[in-house]
Design a protein. Structure first.
Length: 337
């Protein structure tokens, strides 16, 4: 209930008293109180918003995100107060030039690989008796990914620039093993040639790309709320308009939030469809809902169980306290298997 998804073409989002209303051609389709709402996600074109609802959302710290049909974030409306931090951003920029940047870059990458290894194990654990060969291949893949993780942990350098090339090479080798292993753990009738990012027109890659777009909006919000600059990352290189820190932090959450959700839907035979190489509206909404349900799922974290969306927000705050020198060394989130 913390998220409102608007996916109907031609919808109008307006304010009525203390509630946000979604109507289509004058017919009410959904209504939510502002209280408790954290995020409005617009998943369709042709959607209109009143200035009153935009102002109310900004006042209450409720983000409004616009996603394209392929899952690429088009725009985000946020309160200007979220970008008013100074100390954290200064330290974040300075961290790029010293050991803090190295520690963060290695932690993001190692977290990603640890979760890749764990998800492969999670997907394979029920195959031990029914498909021992598939289970053994997946187990070997998980061990190989762990080997690459150890090599990243052993990298030495004074700055992130000094180790980036080696780090990204090791990360790419692990990714090749990961995608091959997960492809082998899908049902035989799921046709998937391999991982493709931009321009993908097949079902599996379209689902992954769209799911990452939904997750991206949550990561960006967490980064902003932590007072960090989303464009000043460590592993991903600087480029105008590229939210490098968001792309860094999202890495340790892709597997446990999106990949697990997408592969679960496919292996359960849930009906998901493409139209002219793009996900149809019903499939986009279903995937967005399932990703948000997954974010509400609980995982062990700091000696307790917390919702994944809470863990994500906490991880962003840990990045902020680490660069300011106020907290312990940053440790990536690693999900269970």
């Amino acid at each position: 209930m913390t998220e409102l998804l608007v996916e109907q073409y031609g919808a109008f989002v307006g304010k009525h008293s203390e509630r946000v209303r979604v109507t289509v051609k004058g017919t009410l389709v959904e209504e939510r109180p502002f209280y408790g709402l954290e995020h409005v996600m617009v998943l369709s074109g042709g959607v209109s918003l009143s200035s009153d609802v935009v102002r109310e959302c900004a006042t209450r710290g409720i983000d409004i995100t616009f996603l394209s049909r392929s899952g690429v974030p088009d725009a985000r409306l946020i309160s200007p107060a979220l970008t008013g931090t100074v100390k954290t951003r200064r330290e974040q920029l300075m961290a790029y030039l010293d050991g803090r940047g190295v520690a963060l870059g290695k932690a993001f990458a190692c977290g990603k690989l640890a979760n890749q290894s764990n998800l492969v194990r999670y997907m394979a654990k029920n195959r031990r008796e029914s498909s021992p060969e598939v289970y053994d291949r997946a187990r070997e893949a998980a061990f190989t990914i762990q080997d690459y993780q150890r090599k990243i942990e052993e990298l030495k350098g004074e700055t992130i620039d000094a180790i980036r090339q080696d780090l990204m090479t090791l990360e790419a080798h692990a990714a090749k093993v990961y995608w091959e292993a997960t492809r082998g753990l899908l049902l035989p009738d799921v046709k998937w040639e391999g991982r493709e990012t931009r321009g993908a027109t097949d079902l599996v890659n379209s689902l992954l790309n769209y799911g990452y777009g939904v997750l991206y909006s949550h990561v960006e919000r967490a980064v902003l709320l932590a007072g960090l600059d989303p464009y000043a990352g460590f592993v991903h290189v600087d480029r105008a308009g590229k939210p490098s820190l968001v792309l860094d932090l999202i890495e340790e959450f892709r597997q446990m939030v999106v990949d697990r959700t997408v592969f679960g839907l496919l292996n359960k035979g849930v009906k998901l469809e493409l139209e002219e190489g793009r996900l149809v509206e019903a499939s986009r909404r279903l995937l967005a809902e399932r990703v948000n349900e997954r974010l509400d799922g609980e995982e062990p974290y700091e000696s307790k169980k917390h919702k994944l969306r809470t863990i994500l927000a906490s991880q962003a705050r840990h990045v902020a306290t680490f660069v300011r020198g106020e907290g312990k060394a940053y440790k990536a989130f690693v999900g269970r298997w």
